[in-house]
Design a protein around this ligand. Structure first.
Ligand SMILES: [Zn+2]
Length: 272
């Protein structure tokens, strides 16, 4: 499943493709994804210029003067340039641009989403309302903010940083990597972690996501590879998926278990 860095890579790719472009028409080939695509979506976007391509959590937001096309990639969603003749199974939506190009949204597993948000209705949209702060927003995701979120909580720190109402886009993989680099055991009670460790945790979460986005940026030129099917930036992982292997820092055997309902790997000697 694409995590925040992969979605940000797709956003940057779409921004390159759609800068200055106008949507001529939207062709829906299937309306039932994770939720039904609203019937009004094609009419509301036809003839609209794309004025910005944004990301909020793992949602892509294509802004037009009439409103916003919201897209979630789900597990297997990808966007690609799809010239005539390059149609594929599971192409659920085509964006026909006025300059003759065509973009395809393809999603074999159909856990993705496409929706239309009228102008001014973004804050109340059920998928967006209640989302926590963006981890890359330095003014919002601060040590003070995380300390307030942890205060009095006996929940595992891993569950807190993966809670989308607290901070968005820190998925299972990046949570494990961040806790390793911050030397914190994933199951440690959030409310008992000293402030200095939370300062470190905020810093490493941001650094890991930024590094993954930078790694993904090199794939933007081949936009077909920039979609959800491109997988993760695996070369950067120190603990994720490595239970039973030696810790890259101390060579102790990494252990695996379930924390916050998800498979988790950590080092018993480096993480406290
Ligand atoms: Zn270790």
């Amino acid at each position: 499943m694409p995590e925040l860095p992969e979605v940000e890579t797709v956003r940057a790719g779409l921004e390159l493709l759609l800068a200055g472009a106008t949507i001529a028409r939207v062709e829906l080939r299937r309306r039932t994804l994770r939720a039904t695509i609203p019937a009004r979506l094609p009419a509301r976007l036809a003839g609209q210029p794309v004025v910005a391509v944004r990301r909020r959590a793992k949602y892509l937001l294509l802004d037009t003067p009439s409103g916003t096309l919201l897209c979630h990639l789900g597990m297997t969603g990808t966007w690609r340039l799809a010239p005539a003749g390059s149609e594929r199974d599971h192409d659920h939506c085509y964006l026909h641009l006025q300059d003759g190009r065509r973009l395809a949204f393809r999603d074999p597993r159909r856990f993705g989403l496409l929706d239309f948000i009228p102008l001014g209705a973004e804050q109340e949209h059920p998928r967006l309302a209640g989302l926590g702060v963006e981890p890359l927003d330095e003014a919002a995701f601060t040590a003070d903010y995380l300390a307030a979120a942890c205060r009095g909580r006996r929940q595992a720190i891993k569950a807190v940083i993966m809670d989308q109402a607290t901070v968005v886009g820190v998925g299972n993989i990046y949570a494990q990597e961040a806790l390793f680099r911050a030397a914190l055991r994933p199951q440690r009670a959030a409310g008992r972690i000293p402030r200095a460790a939370l300062v470190t945790l905020v810093t490493v979460i941001r650094a890991i996501l930024r590094a993954a986005i930078t790694a993904g940026g090199s794939t933007i030129n081949d936009f077909r590879q920039a979609g959800g099917a491109s997988g993760y930036f695996q070369h950067q992982f120190r603990v994720y998926g490595r239970a039973g292997q030696p810790c890259p820092t101390c060579a102790a055997t990494l252990v695996g278990g379930v924390v916050g309902g998800r498979g988790t790997t950590w080092c018993r000697s480096c993480q406290r």
